[in-house]
Write a protein that binds this ligand. Sequence first.
Ligand code: SF4
Ligand code: SF4
Length: 365
Amino acid sequence: MEYRKLPHGDEQISVIGVGTSSIGMAGEKEIEETMNLALENGVNYFDMASADAAPFPAFGRALAGRRKDVFFQIHFGASYQGGKYGWTTNLDKIKRSVDWQLSALKTDYIDFGFLHCIDEEADLRHVFDRGILDYILELKQQGVVRHVGLSSHTPEIAHMAMDAGILDMLMFSINPAYDYRDESEYAVGSAAERQSLYRRCEAEGVGICVMKAFSGGQLLNAKTSPFGRALTEYQCIQYALDKPGVLTVVPGVRNREDLRRILGFVNAAPEERDYSVLGTFAPQETEGVCVYCNHCQPCPAGLDVGLINKYYDLALAGDALAKSHYANLEKKAGDCIGCGHCDSRCPFHVGQVERMQTIRTYFGE
Ligand code: SF4
Ligand code: SF4
């Protein structure tokens, strides 16, 4: 398992996490076994926005003596009254729900306390002005909440929460269908807006936890994929992990079988993770834009083309650290010998020979 460090903390987070939205139907025994399997395989990140209450007591039991081995993302706004999920911005309900979640999980702290599923400005105002954010911050002061997060599908809302300077983590929907298609049809925000949000997260040290990496399963089937072509789970996971700011992807699993399949990503060959096929069906406007996939490797001069491009884009977006990350690279844009191998291999038709010159001039090396 690979781990990525939370920028505003010491937590090392597994790149594969577990989403619990549809595990409730499996029954308590299978939920416990799934948690055990996850822990045995180095998964330490669990998103607890579930469709029902069942995962909480099951996880509580499975975790006995191992609480320190996991990070929980708990949603302030998910209510489980009556055993089923409900969305709420009512402070009293939220307090009751958080108390219940803590006791069911048999824990007294929350690794990540999330403002839950906020996609409208009015709802964000509501949680800011009517005590919900204050409640999380109060718990943070008491040491009950370790980090504050937000789950949203809307770049504009994510920016507003980041402007308030409260976030350590953002849960955001990232997949090629959302990033590359018309926003009114599939996702909120244009491709450029979405990319610029990811870069801002990286620049400001807000980690991204990815939901909907398979676009709710749409992308896995040619009949439902907006591209008319299916991608695999591993291609979608790698796509999300290559985006700036991303720390972990949390696919929803229904049972151990689902989890085993997802865990196969960890040992999957580079060809199984390679999503460069996207270049053949992504829309015209994404032509010539580097997505950091490294399909163009190997570079005979030893350049990590994807990483050099990522640092350049981040630096342009104002990420102060990107310059020093670039400076630490063994091979830089100036080492490019202009052989054109990457240009001939790039499915997105990026002109790297020219771009490497631009990057060299920009960084001054
Ligand atoms: S130049 Fe093309 S193949 Fe290489 S990392 Fe960028 S998008 Fe991928
Ligand atoms: S053009 Fe430059 S970056 Fe691309 S493969 Fe050749 S040496 Fe490497």
